[in-house]
Design a protein around this ligand. Sequence first.
Ligand code: ADP
Length: 591
Amino acid sequence: MKKQSNMSQLMGYAGGHRYLTYLSLLLSAVSAVLALFPFVFLFRIIREVIAVAPNYAQAAHIVCNGWMAVGFAVLSILVYVCALMCSHLSAFRIAGNIRKALMAHIAELPLGFIGEMGSGKIRRIVNDSSAATETYLAHQLPDMSAAITTPVCMIVMLFLFDWRFGLASLLPIVLGFAAMFKMVGPQMAKDIKEYQNALADMNNEAVEYVRGVPVVKTFGQTVHSFARFKTTIDNYYKFAVGYCKKCRAPMLMYTVFINSAFAFLIVLALILAGGGPVTQPILLNFVFYVIFTPIIATAMSKVMYMSENGMIVADALSRIHSILDAEPLPEPRSGMIPTDNDITLENVTFRYTGGTTDALHDMTIRAGAGETVALVGPSGGGKTTVAGLISRFWDVAGGSIQIGGINVKDIPKETLMDTVAYVFQDSRLLKASILENVRLARPNASRQEVERVLHDAQCDDIIAKLPQGIDTVIGTKGVYLSGGEQQRIAIARVMLKNAPILILDEATAFADPENEALVQRAFERLSKGKTVIMIAHRLTTIKNADHIFVLREGQVEESGTHNALVARGGLYARMWQDYQTSVSWKVGAAK
Ligand code: ADP
């Protein structure tokens, strides 16, 4: 039932090529049947040899039977190759279609979803889960068809030749299966899920760890300082070892039984002989079964992996659907275009999926058109969340966000993207030329326009030192851009977009003051005449902001201009005091 649903889900991505998969199943089954024929001819050879013994010269059909056996073996291989060709053609297409569907859907999803799921996990699903369907369809499914056909034919053959030996060689299979069932019973689906989860957690934390390596190195820490990463590795280890131990006994029994058919056969032959001499028919059947039964072990091993494979692909499909089932934010039917660039957050409440408290609670913030508004406050106060909500990474749970008096939910996605530009703290440059990186904002921009914004974003010194100017590919050997340089190029990109509303997540201090001054100047050029929401980490940069909102624990603690807030003597005044103390301390220390 479950397998059926896996199949129908997979076939949903096959388009007009699903017949290839079915054909591969059929061919694989035919190949399995053909593979048994050589044993029939082998039986004939043994029969003839025993019949003419010891006058072997009288055995006239050995060569002919031998060739027939070879002929069927070759034919079986050829049919199997055809089966694999069909299965690969459909598997590649289906995995490709799944990847395309995922990528198209991811592009529609709000950025908030991507952030919450983690790019490591998404990458794993797009690459690995779709690859799992490929392996399943290309190899495991045809093998499964053969794995079912072979035992069925074998049981028929076992009874066709001598039912007593047939039963004796079936007994270990039944016992083997009984042992295996302990391992692959219903508990296994749970175990596989747990295994995949443990692996995904470790993967996500590994990404975080690699990001944090500079900090770890700087402070001479070990991997143990990344407690979460270590915990995920420990969990994975515990699970893997526990699971192996659990499987040890049943697996041992299974392997012993499946390979012990000959022992059962010997016992039976001795019983049949009844203490007297072994008769010719008994000897013939005994020899044949001893040769034939080892293929049972091979066939059964494939059957054993069948349910495991089915569960792996079911898990891969459920992961794929965890992305495909995520809903894009609803698009307005008849979108409205804002004519003004003021921003209002009115009584906004928002909670992250899985969060236990509101990240923002009943928050009201206003930024007039052309104003620069700064968000400050202790970490975790909600600054990044406000910025994300204005760009509609998520939708608010209560209250509303308006641009030019229009609810962001009623603004078409493209318009909103053209209206609001977000300069992230870590500038995201792609491994492409500077020209292409800047052009991402507006693909049809001319070379001259790109050069002009690079100039305005104070990037002249960067371009001058690069070997191929703006055509230099970032990330290639020998091309290194510092954090500040990357941010200036990112600013040029946003300038090219020329959106009327800017959200700036100020990067935390860069090492060299020269770079910092250039970034500041670039920010100033960029902000001219625009509505700016600035997440500020250093208070000097916001002294001249038109309005400052101090956020704490998801609420506006206080707001006003710099002077008014300092005069008020509240949280901002204390932050300002601390900031000045730290600056004078730094200056003092430098002396
Ligand atoms: P700030 O930018 O002021 O440091 P944030 O807006 O990042 O604050 O965070 C506001 C609150 O939301 C914090 O309590 C934080 O723990 C929580 N939060 C932020 N991002 C997530 C997330 N992806 N999932 C759950 N909670 C989050």
